[in-house]
Each structure stands twice: as C-alpha cells, then as structure tokens.
Design a protein around this ligand. Structure first.
Ligand code: GRF
Length: 220
C-alpha cells in the first residue's frame, strides 16, 4: 500500500509521537513518519525518533528573528523530506497564518479537551475549576485561531472527585495515545474529508474508534 508521508512537530516529551510511531509499525497503517521536527533542542521526543531510526531535526525558534522566518525554515524542511501530512504533537508554538494556509487540510493537532471547550493552556486546571464532570481530547485540522478547526475525532474521559490537574492529565493522555493514531488513520486513508469546515465521511477504520477512556466495559 502507498503510505502517506507524515511529519510530526514536537516541543517536549513526545508521548503522542511515540503512539504515532507505534501505530505506523503496522503494515496496513496508511501513514509513515518521515521527519520529526522539534523547536526545543532538549525535547525528549527527539530521542524517541532517534531510537526508532526516524530522521529528526531541531529548528530552534530562538535562532529566528520572526515567527514567519521560523515557519519558512520549518516549511522548507518539511518539503525537503516530502512531508504530505503534518501532525502537531505537543508543539508549543503558534504558527503564522501563511504557514497554516500552506498546510490547509493537511495539518492536524491534538488538544487535551473536548473542543471547542477549554482551548489554550492549562485545560485540565480550568476543567477542574469549572467542576466539569466529563472532559477528553480532540484531534482537529489546524486553522489560524489556536485550537480551532474541523474536528476529526474526540474521546471522552471522566473527571474523578479527587483529581488534580496532573492525575487528570495522565488519564486524558491515555485517551490521546489511542485517539491520535485513530484520527491520523482516518485522514491518511482518506476515509474523511473536510466539507464546509466540518469533517465528514467514515468514522471507522482499523480498530474500533476509541471514543471513551477507559473503554465503557472497563470500570474505573
Ligand atoms: C498533550 O497533552 C497534547 O494534547 C498537548 O500537549 C501534550 C503533549 O504531550 N498538546 P506529549 O509531548 O505528546 O507527551
């Protein structure tokens, strides 16, 4: 099968990158990671790429005079590696509008909340402060406004009475690690497409869609 060439952008730990690396190992998975780029030289995710023999680059935003100049260098590296689909996985920088336009409908992000609720930083602390009982994670196409854009897939995660931002983040992360490979599968296999700023098409390819964490048949 022809696999879509994927680039992954990271800034840190890279556990979602690891989940995508793992998924890409399946012979029938429709994507292959051809490049990992970090804007932070010390990002742990770079070691994960290296361990899996995936080409990895640091493009340090501090070396550039403007957001546009950084994004131009990023774009050049992605094109050089023949990247067709881009996945932000804990990439902690906003892109310029020009970059977002260039990668329109070829660019995914994962966010740790049920969008459009709780966009931006510190989502889990804000979920707890609001007394929300169900949160989750979303994979969406990137648009200029932060954490906006057509939603590809979501998974719901319960908030428990004794949760702290850290315990909730850890539970949501388990859902993220299942959701991102699922969402990339949907997009890379062209099972879904964007129509009128909504994602339409099949929601089921490969394993059962991970709509809930923990799975509904497993009590917490
Ligand atoms: C994840 O919670 C992701 O949703 C958010 O940043 C975190 C990245 O974690 N955007 P990791 O680097 O993938 O471990």
């Amino acid at each position: 099968m022809t696999k879509k060439h994927v680039g992954v952008l990271i800034s840190g730990r890279g556990s979602n990158l690891q989940a995508l690396i793992q998924a890409c190992k399946a012979p029938d998975y429709p994507a292959k990671i051809v490049l990992v780029v970090s804007n932070v030289p010390s990002a742990q995710g770079l070691l994960r790429a290296e361990a899996s023999l995936i080409p990895a680059l640091v493009i340090d935003h501090k070396d550039f005079a403007s957001r546009e100049a950084f994004d131009d260098a990023l774009d050049a590296a992605l094109n050089e590696a023949s990247v067709e689909l881009l996945c932000n996985a804990g990439f902690m920088r906003l892109h310029s509008d020009a970059f977002v336009t260039r990668w329109h409908d070829r660019h995914l992000n994962i966010h740790p909340s049920l969008l459009p609720a709780f966009k931006g930083l510190h989502a889990h602390a804000r979920v707890l402060a609001e007394g929300v009982k169900i949160t989750g994670t979303s994979v969406h196409f990137v648009r200029p406004e932060m954490d906006s854009g057509p939603i590809v897939a979501q998974a719901a995660v319960p908030v428990l009475p004794d949760d702290t931002p850290d315990s909730l983040a850890a539970r949501v992360l388990m859902a993220e690690h299942r959701l991102y490979p699922h969402a990339l599968n949907l997009v890379a296999s062209s099972a879904v497409r964007v129509e009128g700023e909504r994602v339409v098409g099949m929601t089921q390819v490969g394993d059962p869609a991970p709509y809930f964490w923990p799975p509904l048949d497993e009590a917490l």
